[in-house]
Design a protein around this ligand. Structure first.
Ligand code: ADP
Ligand code: ADP
Length: 228
């Protein structure tokens, strides 16, 4: 699903964010990316959706060569991905329904079909009853559920998330993790950068630890491994 080979990323100011990273992520995997601040986790995530390009190395995501991709191919890459951020990034002037519907590919799906899909994903995240509300009327956890609904409405093969519970209290974080677990059990690959030690230790998923731009650990049923 995702294949990185000798990938390095050096920012224009000379910061080496990733150095010679080689890793393979399979279909249906659930991966936690952990490591200290500044280790390169966000950069790892950004390369996958081509927010940043590698300085060197090979990167294939969902069968597409991300490095040699023509600019016009980028939207096709991103349509196969769902992206969730720490700060939700919802459109404040749109309702929950419109935030999710807005993300839908307007391929030849009928209005009726579109409504059905939006309602289905809102059911999945437990927010169907909030369909007419605006983001400012929702708690942080609810806003993140909307963001997850938006991320999965196009049935992506991979959902990538950068610190999705970073702004949430522990109970709410658990609820959000259960949603990701449900999505993963339906076959979607999940790649999540996180500092949530409790969640990582409890969920026993594959853990990739990055330090100073290098993968220092790749465990099948991994632990967080840091004290923060
Ligand atoms: P993490 O997500 O683990 O905190 P990042 O991937 O954000 O790590 O950062 C890795 C390194 O790259 C850090 O040294 C950081 O300062 C640097 N870095 C990240 N983004 C940029 C950027 N846009 N320009 C320059 N340096 C950056
Ligand atoms: P949480 O316990 O998850 O932090 P809150 O206490 O923030 O949740 O919100 C509880 C409920 O009140 C939620 O259903 C939320 O949608 C609703 N709510 C919170 N803030 C507002 C608001 N400003 N206007 C309308 N409803 C709100």
């Amino acid at each position: 699903m995702i294949y990185m080979s000798d990938v390095s990323k050096v920012y224009s100011n000379g910061s080496v964010a990733l150095a010679d990273v080689t890793v393979e992520i399979g279909k249906g995997d659930f991966i936690f990316v952990v490591g200290p601040s500044g280790a390169g986790k966000s950069t790892f995530i950004k390369l996958i959706f081509r927010e940043e390009l590698p300085t060197s190395g090979r990167l294939v995501v969902n069968g597409r060569n991300v490095v040699d991709m023509m600019p016009k191919e980028v939207p096709y890459l991103r349509r196969g991905l769902g992206i969730v951020f720490q700060d939700y990034r919802l459109l404040p002037n749109k309702t929950v329904y419109d935030n999710v519907a807005f993300a839908m590919q307007v391929i030849e799906s009928s209005r009726r079909e579109m409504q059905k899909r939006v309602h289905n994903v809102l059911d999945l995240v437990g927010l169907r009853h909030k369909v007419r509300t605006y983001p400012s009327e929702l708690s942080g956890g609810e806003q993140q559920r909307v963001a997850i609904a938006r991320a999965i409405v196009n049935n992506p093969v991979v959902v990538i998330a950068d610190e999705p519970t970073g702004n949430l209290d522990p109970d709410t974080s658990w609820e959000i993790m259960k949603v990701f677990d449900t999505i993963n059990k339906a076959g979607t690959t999940i790649v999540m950068a996180t500092h949530d030690k409790t969640v990582v230790d409890a969920m026993k998923k594959r853990v990739i630890a990055i330090e100073k731009g290098r993968i220092v650990r790749d465990q099948v049923k991994g632990v967080y491994g840091y004290e923060d």
